[in-house]
Design a protein around this ligand. Structure first.
Ligand code: SF4
Length: 460
């Protein structure tokens, strides 16, 4: 059983490399956890795992502590215990109302050890399990303002999956005569030769020896998945709506950028993707304009991205070590630099300065994602207004800060047309699909002059 879970996690490692964990059910829970990306072979502690069901997780930190010891405590699957019952969950998402949630659990006598939201979610489910899993899921839906896609394993061996009523995070299900799996992306099922179908927003799946029971718990079943999945998170060979590949959407986003900004597109000599998430969009731009696509920027494959943990100076240094410029290709050219999105602009700033040093005549930035002007409270690492380069700045100002000649964003209209699916775009439009996140956004706006970390903490 452990091998298919391991392969699925390997295929999902792009979603998080800060920690990993695997856990099986056999005569109780047995698990291993570690920091960094999943090892290249099954972690030693897991090789002797037996049991016919388990869960696993790879983590990208958007909330909680960044110290090594705390990150290990926060690594998932997260196991909680209460009144003689145990529950393990692997969770993707973020609780916007985490401060009030945390206080309410503490008032109920729960001692919390993690700084991540997974523990809050796990306790909320466990404390309501006496009323049955469906009631616990309904209660969770009514209490959490935020995003969650999760798999859970109970101490009696019951395996289940749950997706929030808005469906902000992806979740897929696949089954054969010998294997049933639930995972964040279709690639994690592909690697185990399983066909996949989406878990609907607000749906609960319970897996038992008799098969799978699917039940809609909350919401209409029509959701708004995070738009950032299309631009950045998901692998290009994933199918977020169950049928169309992400690379097809990205290619269309590149074509639309070329059509939307024809003068700049005509002016450039070559299109250059920032590796690797912008490659398909750059190809679409090339198809639309006929301009050659050239791999001017090469990523040093084994430089691990830990820049988020460093001071601003060393962060810049780490980022500069991630990329190499093929000077001969860059020199004397007018470049259309394609990136998936522009959040803080740190990486782009460094790449553009490297291109200038290599002798590029002009650098025009194209962003497949529209201008990000509001924070995210649903599990993407941009929680304050002031960290966003696009907040309160014109395209010209952003270009000046980046050192680019122009910055050319995707329009919201083109993005939605290309995606063809209902999506959350709150970080672009400022319209949040949940009430507490809207409240946080208003409060965060008042705090832009003195940001103090995660806005949920500022709310205290
Ligand atoms: S606010 Fe932006 S990043 Fe956050 S879930 Fe919505 S689209 Fe995704």
């Amino acid at each position: 059983m452990i091998q298919p879970i391991y392969w699925s996690l390997i295929s999902l490692n792009h979603r998080g490399q800060q920690s990993y964990g695997l856990l099986v059910h056999h005569d109780g829970f047995k698990g291993v956890k570690g920091l960094g990306p999943l090892p290249e072979s099954l972690p030693r502690g897991a090789r002797r795992f037996i049991g016919d069901r388990g869960i696993g997780h790879v983590r990208y930190v958007t909330s909680g502590g960044y110290m090594r010891r705390q990150m290990l405590v926060d690594a998932q699957p997260c196991v909680v215990e209460h009144s003689g019952r145990r529950l393990a969950i692997a969770y993707n998402g973020n609780v916007a109302n985490s401060v009030e949630f945390r206080r309410s659990l503490e008032r109920r006598g729960i001692e919390l050890h993690c700084t991540s939201d997974a523990e809050l979610i796990a306790y909320e489910i466990l404390l309501s399990l006496g009323e049955g899993l469906a009631r616990a899921a309904l209660r969770l839906a009514s209490r959490v303002d935020g995003a969650y896609s999760l798999v859970g394993l109970m101490d009696d061996g019951t395996l289940f999956a749950l997706r929030d009523p808005i469906g902000l995070k992806p979740l897929f299900y696949g089954s054969s005569s010998t294997l049933t799996m639930i995972a964040s992306e279709t690639v994690a099922l592909d690697i185990n030769s399983l066909d996949s179908s989406p878990v609907a927003p607000g749906e609960l799946l319970v897996v038992s020896n008799g098969g799978v029971i699917r039940r809609r718990i909350a919401g209409s079943g029509q959701g708004s998945i995070c738009a950032f999945e299309y631009a950045y998170f998901a692998r290009p060979d994933s199918r977020l709506d169950g049928w169309r590949y992400v690379y097809e959407v990205r290619r269309e986003l590149g074509r639309r950028l070329a059509r939307r900004h024809p003068e700049v597109a005509r002016r450039v000599d070559i299109v250059v993707p920032v590796p690797e998430t912008a490659v398909d969009a750059a190809y679409g731009f090339h198809e639309e304009t006929g301009k050659p696509m050239e791999p001017v920027i090469v990523r040093h494959r084994f430089v691990r991205h830990r820049a988020f943990m460093a001071s601003p100076t060393s962060r810049a240094e780490i980022l500069s070590k991630k990329y190499n410029i093929v000077t001969r290709r860059a020199s004397g050219r007018r470049i259309a630099l394609m990136d998936d999105s522009i959040v803080r602009g740190d990486t782009l700033k460094i790449i553009i300065s490297m291109l200038r040093k290599a002798g590029s005549k002009e650098v025009h930035v194209f962003s497949t994602f529209p201008e990000i002007v509001s924070p995210c409270f649903y599990g993407v690492d941009m929680a304050t207004y002031s960290e966003l380069i696009g907040f309160n700045r014109s395209e010209k100002e952003v270009a000046r800060i980046l050192g680019a000649d122009t910055v050319n964003y995707q329009t919201v209209e083109d993005f939605l047309d290309a995606v063809g699916n209902d999506v959350c775009m709150a970080c672009v439009t400022g319209r949040y699909p949940t009430p507490y996140a809207s409240k946080l956004a208003r409060r965060a706006l008042e705090c832009t002059s003195s940001p103090r970390g995660r806005i949920a903490e500022v709310m205290e």
